[in-house]
Design a protein around this ligand. Structure first.
Ligand code: NAD
Length: 468
C-alpha cells in the first residue's frame, strides 16, 4: 500500500447527519490525521457525546447564503480541509470559498442552497443534475488550477465511477480483450465500445430492514430522507445511448452543454426501471437522478470529428430498502408532500440485510455482468460504529476522496472520473465487504440472449426496461 501523506491542517465538517456520523469514526482510525483538529458545524448536534469524548469540537449553527463565509472564517485557514456533508448548503459557494482560502474541499453531491432543487423560477432542464454539473464545470473553468476540490464523492456518485472502471477491466479480462498494462492509459470510452456494452445501470439493492416497521405518515430510509426526496423530486435523467432507436415518452434534450444526457418530464423517484443485482436477481428500481449519470456519460462517449460514434445508455436503478420503497409510494400518493415524521434506520436494523452497490454492464458477449460491493449490516457494524451497510459504503467514498485530495492537493475541481480509480479503491476497499463480479442471462424483456447483432441491440432498447 502507498504510504499515506500526513495531514496537519484542520478538518471542518459541515453537517452532522447520517453520513458525517458514519465518516468521523472512520477518519479517527487514520493515524495520519490528527483528531484534535476536527470541527463540526451543523444546526443540530444531538447525540454527539461519543464524538466529543474523542476530541471533536462542535459549533451549532446553520450556514446560509448570507452567513456562511463569516462562520467558516472562524474555523478555516489555508491548508485546511472543508468536508461538506450537509443538505441545503451550496456546494458551489463553499467550493469558491475554499479556493479563495487555499483550503481543500470535498462533498458527496452537488447541493444547491435551500429550495434550489424545486425553485419554481427554474425550468425543468435547469433543475437537473446535468445543469448542476455544468455550474461546477463553469466554476472549474473560471477558477482553474488551485487547491483540490473533489465533487460528488460518496458511494454513488463517487465510488461507483471507480467500480465502473474496475468492472470494465474485469469484463475485458473475461472477454479476452487486450488492455494496456498501465490502467491510467485506458481509453474507457473506446474500451466500453469495443466490449460491445449497450446499457449500464448503476444498480443498487438494499435489503436492510428494521424490526420497527414503517408507520403511516412516516418516511424511512437508510440515509438522508431529505437528500433522497430532493433527488427523487428532480427530473429523471439518463445518459442517452447511440444504439437507441425509440425516443422515450416525455423525454427532453437540454439546450446547453454536451447534451450527452437527456431528462424525462417526470420526478425521478416516480420512474420505474427493471434491473438486476446479485441480491435476489431481477428487481424493479427507481431511476433516481445522480451526478454520475452525466459525468460518466462524458467519460464513455466516443466522437469522431464532433460526430457521436458511441455512448451506452446509462443511469441509476435503485431498489432502496423495503420501507424506503413504501415511503416513496406513500409520498407519491400524498402528491409529493413530505410525511410528517422521518426516520433514518441504524441501530434498529435487524441482522442479515445487505446493500449491493454495483455496475451492471449489458449487451456484450457475456450478456450482462454486475460488478460491485456486497456489504452486510453485520459486517458494517463490526467494522465501524454508527454505521449501517449503506452509510459505510458512502463513508468509504468520503474517506478515500479525502485521502486522495490530501495526496493530490493542487488539482482544482475534480470529479471522480479524473481520479485514479485503483488508488481510491485501495483506500476504500476494507469497508466494501465482498467485491463481486457476476454474469447473468437476464434481459429486461425476459428474452434469452440473442447472438445476432440486431437481436442483441433490440434486447437492450430503453423501452424494454420501462415496459411492465
Ligand atoms: P442527513 O439528512 O442525515 O443530514 C444532513 C445534515 O445537514 C444534518 O446534520 C443537518 O443538520 C445539516 N444541515 C442542514 N442544513 C444545514 C445548514 N444550513 N448548515 C449546515 N448544516 C446543515 O444527510 P446525510 O444522509 O448525512 O447526507 C448528507 C449529504 O450526503 C446529502 O447531501 C446527501 O444527499 C449526500 N449523500 C450522498 C451519497 C453518495 O453516495 N454520494 C449517499 C448518501 C448521502
Amino acid at each position: 500500500m502507498k504510504r499515506q501523506v500526513p495531514f496537519t491542517g484542520h478538518l471542518v465538517f459541515i453537517g452532522f447527519g447520517s453520513i458525517a456520523r458514519a465518516t468521523l469514526p472512520l477518519l479517527l482510525r487514520q493515524d495520519h490525521i490528527d483528531v484534535e483538529q476536527i470541527t463540526v458545524i451543523a444546526p443540530v448536534v444531538e447525540q454527539n457525546i461519543w464524538f466529543k469524548e474523542r476530541g471533536i469540537r462542535f459549533f451549532r449553527k446553520a450556514l446560509t447564503e448570507q452567513t456562511f463565509a463569516q462562520i467558516l472564517d472562524r474555523f478555516v485557514k489555508p491548508g485546511d480541509f472543508i468536508v461538506n456533508l450537509s443538505v441545503e448548503v451550496s456546494s458551489l459557494a463553499v467550493i469558491a470559498y475554499a479556493f479563495d482560502k487555499g483550503a481543500l474541499y470535498l462533498d458527496t453531491c452537488v447541493e444547491p442552497w435551500a429550495g434550489g432543487y424545486s425553485d419554481p423560477q427554474l425550468d425543468l432542464s435547469h433543475r437537473t443534475n446535468y445543469a448542476l454539473r455544468y455550474q461546477v464545470l463553469d466554476l472549474r473553468k473560471k477558477l482553474g488550477k488551485g487547491p483540490t476540490a473533489v465533487v460528488a464523492h460518496g458511494a454513488n456518485p463517487g465510488l461507483i465511477t471507480h467500480l465502473l472502471k474496475a468492472g470494465l477491466v474485469e469484463l475485458a479480462v473475461q472477454l479476452d480483450h487486450p488492455l494496456p498494462e498501465n490502467r491510467n492509459g485506458v481509453d474507457w470510452a473506446l474500451l466500453s465500445m469495443e466490449l460491445g456494452i449497450k446499457v449500464i445501470h448503476f444498480a443498487e439493492r438494499d435489503t436492510q430492514r428494521s424490526h420497527v416497521p414503517k408507520e403511516d405518515d412516516e418516511f424511512v430510509n437508510t440515509w438522508s430522507v431529505e437528500g433522497f426526496v430532493s433527488e427523487g423530486s428532480q427530473p429523471a435523467e439518463l445518459g442517452w445511448g447511440s444504439h437507441e432507436r425509440t425516443w422515450p415518452a416525455s423525454a427532453r434534450r437540454h439546450r446547453f452543454g454536451s447534451r450527452n444526457a437527456i431528462y424525462l418530464e417526470r420526478p425521478s423517484a416516480g420512474v420505474l426501471v427493471k434491473t438486476w443485482t446479485p441480491l435476489g436477481g431481477p428487481c424493479v428500481g427507481l431511476m433516481i437522478t445522480h451526478h454520475e449519470t452525466a459525468s460518466t456519460a462524458d467519460l464513455l462517449t466516443v466522437k469522431e470529428q464532433r460526430k457521436l460514434v458511441y455512448r451506452p445508455t446509462l443511469h441509476y436503478a435503485y431498489h432502496p430498502c423495503n420501507d424506503a420503497l413504501l415511503s416513496v409510494h406513500e409520498l407519491i400518493g400524498r402528491g409529493w408532500q413530505m410525511q410528517t415524521r422521518q426516520r433514518i434506520l441504524n441501530g434498529e436494523i435487524d441482522s442479515g440485510g445487505i446493500d449491493a452497490l454495483g455496475v451492471l454492464f449489458m449487451g456484450h458477449d457475456l450478456n450482462a455482468y454486475w460488478f460491485g460491493s456486497l456489504l452486510s449490516i453485520d459486517e458494517a457494524r463490526a467494522l465501524v460504529p454508527f454505521n449501517n451497510a449503506t452509510s459505510l459504503q458512502v463513508a468509504a467514498g468520503v474517506l478515500s476522496g479525502i485521502v486522495w485530495a490530501i495526496e493530490h492537493p493542487d488539482r482544482g475541481i475534480v470529479e471522480p472520473e479524473q481520479m485514479d480509480h485503483e488508488r481510491v479503491l485501495e483506500i476504500a476497499r476494507p469497508y466494501l465487504g465482498t467485491l463481486v463480479g457476476q454474469r447473468t442471462d437476464w434481459t429486461p424483456s425476459g428474452a434469452a440472449h440473442k447472438s445476432s447483432v440486431k437481436g442483441a441491440a433490440d434486447d437492450w432498447q430503453f423501452k424494454h426496461f420501462t415496459r411492465f
